[in-house]
Structures are given as structure tokens and as C-alpha cells.
Design a protein around this ligand. Structure first.
Ligand SMILES: Nc1ncnc2c1ncn2[C@@H]1O[C@H](COP(=O)(O)OP(=O)(O)OP(=O)(O)O)[C@@H](O)[C@H]1O
Length: 258
């Protein structure tokens, strides 16, 4: 898909070629049908928002993208090729990084140690601490991340600074898609603004960003594409500039059928 197309619900869908696609993805947990024939696309250089009420299936879908869950039906395509990730490491190796809601950083390690956690650099079989520190400094500087020192322990950082380190970690290592599940839910106003700047920066650098958010203002401000989920189905896709917060709320609740 290289140009704007109309979706059956009347909205427009992805404007550029998707790097990631879910096609007819279904997944049940026992009798709970968490995902039913979900079609979603994510394009490079865009922020794609995934919205829906509690339990709509958003986290389950992104966990399929990040190698935590395996769809029971349908397929996931990366650059148009079907992929099947059996672990989060496999998804990461393919360039899909996730910034978790619960900030998966190790408190007692430094910023640079967290940035290189599970992908430590070695030299002659030994940890190359000096190079990791230098590289971490570069990563932080490139994203203009507001952290005191890469040698500071994460325990000392504020919520916003921690989230910035998580995003920095996800943006590094040549990731192509960064998935963010409620990245600002736990943050204050100023910290939220800083993290939003970082998200925009990622997009402007050409990363694809998939953003789960319950904050409609944020979705309308940051995203270019919105997918709406309801009770396990993807009920609508809209270009953000062709919709309104009111329409999105209606699609989420079902007041607008989608
Ligand atoms: N590991 C699991 N085992 C059993 N049921 C699950 C599991 N994960 C999710 N579910 C169920 O699947 C459905 C979709 O949940 P999911 O977490 O994907 O929703 P969500 O849209 O991310 O919600 P929220 O906004 O509250 O995070 C829910 O009914 C949930 O209870």
C-alpha cells in the first residue's frame, strides 16, 4: 500500500507501506477470545496509536508483535514477509523493541548497565565497560535524553528519566519498531511533555512507533494513524488528521459501530 486508501468503515488507512502487519490474527485464552480476526498495519516514520477500552485486546496484540504470545490463527508480516517469533529475543533480533508499562529497568544498576543489559559488549571475552559507557553516553546524547550521568544508578532517577532510559534503550540497537504501552501513564505533566518529545524524535528519525494510550489528547497530538479495538476486534482505522477525539471515543464505546 503506497497511497492513502479508504477502509470499509469510511476512514483512511495507512498512507505508507507498512513495515509490520497483523492479518486476521486471532488468539483465545481458554474461553476468552482476546483477539478476533485483527487486521492492523504500522508504518515507518509514523506514530500509530492503538486505542480501546480495558480488556479490548491491545496488550495481547502487541504481545503477539513482541514475541510473547503466538497467534492461534492469522499471520504477522514484517516487511511483507510472514514472521513467527517464538520469544521476545527473536522479535528484538528482528528490530522490534518494547517499552513496558512497568519500566523494566534494574534499580541497582547504572544507566549504562541498563542500556546494555543482556547485550553487553565484550572484548577478548571480558566485559568492555569503557566502550559500553562511551556508547551509552552517545545514545543518551543522540536522543537528548535528560539523565544526569550514564554512571548514575537508576534508583536515583525520576519516573520521567527512567522512562527516557527505557526509550533510549529501545531506540538504540537499530530497532525498527518501538512499541510503547502507556509510556506516560505514571508521569507528571512536565515529564510527560519530555517523554512525548522523545517519542516524536523517534518518529522523526524514521522509527515506527506503536503507541498504546488511554490519553486521547496524546493520541490526537502525536499519532498519524489510529486503530480502534473493541472486544477483541479491530473495529476501525483512521488517519488522525481525518478524525476527531469524539469519533474515536464513539468507536471505542460502540456508540459509532465502526
Ligand atoms: N495471559 C492471559 N490469560 C488469560 N486471559 C488474558 C491474558 N491476557 C489477557 N487476557 C484477557 O484477554 C482480554 C484482552 O486483554 P488485554 O490485556 O489484551 O486488553 P487491553 O486492551 O490491553 O486492556 P488494558 O487497557 O486494560 O490494558 C481480557 O479479557 C483479558 O482478561
Amino acid at each position: 500500500m503506497t497511497s492513502l486508501e479508504k477502509d470499509p468503515a469510511g476512514g483512511t488507512t495507512t498512507a505508507t507501506r507498512p513495515i509490520l502487519e497483523a492479518r486476521n490474527v486471532s488468539l483465545s485464552f481458554g474461553s476468552v477470545r482476546a483477539l478476533r480476526d485483527v487486521d492492523v498495519t504500522v508504518a515507518a516514520g509514523e506514530i500509530t496509536a492503538l486505542v480501546g477500552d480495558n480488556g479490548a485486546g491491545k496488550s495481547t496484540l502487541v504481545r503477539c508483535f513482541s514475541g510473547v504470545h503466538k497467534p492461534q490463527a492469522g499471520e504477522i508480516l514484517l516487511d511483507g514477509e510472514p514472521v513467527s517469533f517464538s520469544t521476545p529475543e527473536a522479535a528484538r533480533a528482528a528490530g522490534i523493541e518494547t517499552v513496558h508499562q512497568n519500566l523494566a529497568l534494574v534499580e541497582d544498576l547504572t544507566v549504562w548497565q541498563n542500556l546494555f543489559l543482556n547485550r553487553e559488549l565484550t572484548r577478548f571475552g571480558m566485559l568492555d565497560r569503557k566502550r559500553m559507557r562511551t556508547e551509552a553516553q552517545k545514545m543518551v546524547a543522540e536522543l537528548a535524553v535528560n539523565v544526569p550521568e550514564v554512571t548514575a544508578r537508576v534508583r536515583r532517577l525520576s519516573g520521567g528519566q527512567r522512562q527516557a532510559v527505557s526509550i533510549c534503550r529501545a531506540a538504540g540497537f537499530s530497532s525498527r519498531l518501538v512499541i510503547m504501552d502507556e509510556p506516560t501513564a505514571a508521569l507528571g505533566v512536565q515529564e510527560t511533555a519530555r517523554v512525548e518529545q522523545l517519542i516524536l524524535k523517534l518518529r522523526d528519525e524514521g522509527h515506527a512507533v506503536l503507541l498504546i494510550s488511554h490519553n486521547f489528547d496524546q493520541v490526537m497530538r502525536l499519532s498519524q494513524q489510529v486503530w480502534v479495538m473493541r472486544a477483541g476486534r479491530c473495529v476501525a482505522g483512521r488517519r488522525t488528521d481525518a478524525t476527531t477525539g469524539q469519533e474515536i471515543v464513539g468507536l471505542i464505546t460502540g456508540a459509532i459501530p465502526g
